[in-house]
Design a binder for this molecule. Sequence first.
Ligand code: UDP
Length: 239
Amino acid sequence: SVQPETPQRVLLKLSGEVFGGGKIGLDPDVVRGIAEQIAVATGAGVQIAVVVGGGNFFRGAELQERGMDRTRADYMGMLGTVMNCLALQDFLEKEGIDTRVQTAITMGQVAEPYIPRRAMRHLEKGRVVIFGAGAGMPFFSTDTVSAQRALEIKCDMVLYAKNGVDGVYTADPKKDPTATKLDTVTFQEALSQNLRIVDAAAFSLCMDNELPMRVFGMEGAGNIAQALQGEKIGTLVSA
Ligand code: UDP
């Protein structure tokens, strides 16, 4: 079989939900497993930046529904992502991988501030860079931040590791039994067919800047390592 081309530099978005292993909080076993897969890909020479969500702690919109002020709740959501970043950093370092966490909200004791040029330098040195605290701004999502960071630090692709779905389907597979998984889809097709892939802001950033994205499920053993190394799993969305 033809060896897939190994991408040079990728941004991996991991949903926070996964870090909790289905519960609120952190499941270290899950994080360890993810770190092991990232280690495989760094070993193959892929430059990896990671954005971690925070859905295993707080989602601003959900706290708002329960009566909290949205912006304060969003900041809580962002702080949750930082805990995920530190856990991932810990297990990556146990794998022997140099790692830097950069946060969009300054917290010098635990992480570097987000400095794009420094982040790129870390990547060139083989370090994994983990971006925390989202964009540092309420009303944004970590999906959107992933596209923005990928563009700013010049990644070849953004990889969205999803929980509970293994790619883009022609319709919602939970509702429509005739839905089929797409191997590839263009931005235009996704738009005109109203396929829900990532949130609208993330989608338009990728489309406007022709940044390819791969959407795949993180359930399968080794899926993250495969996607990082350019294997054609899930769905490729591109221009
Ligand atoms: N968040 C935010 N601005 C950002 C990124 C995240 O306000 O730039 C907040 C928002 O409240 C969000 C929460 O952080 O609900 C957790 O992030 P997200 O929902 O994207 O995590 P995921 O669903 O991927 O685990």
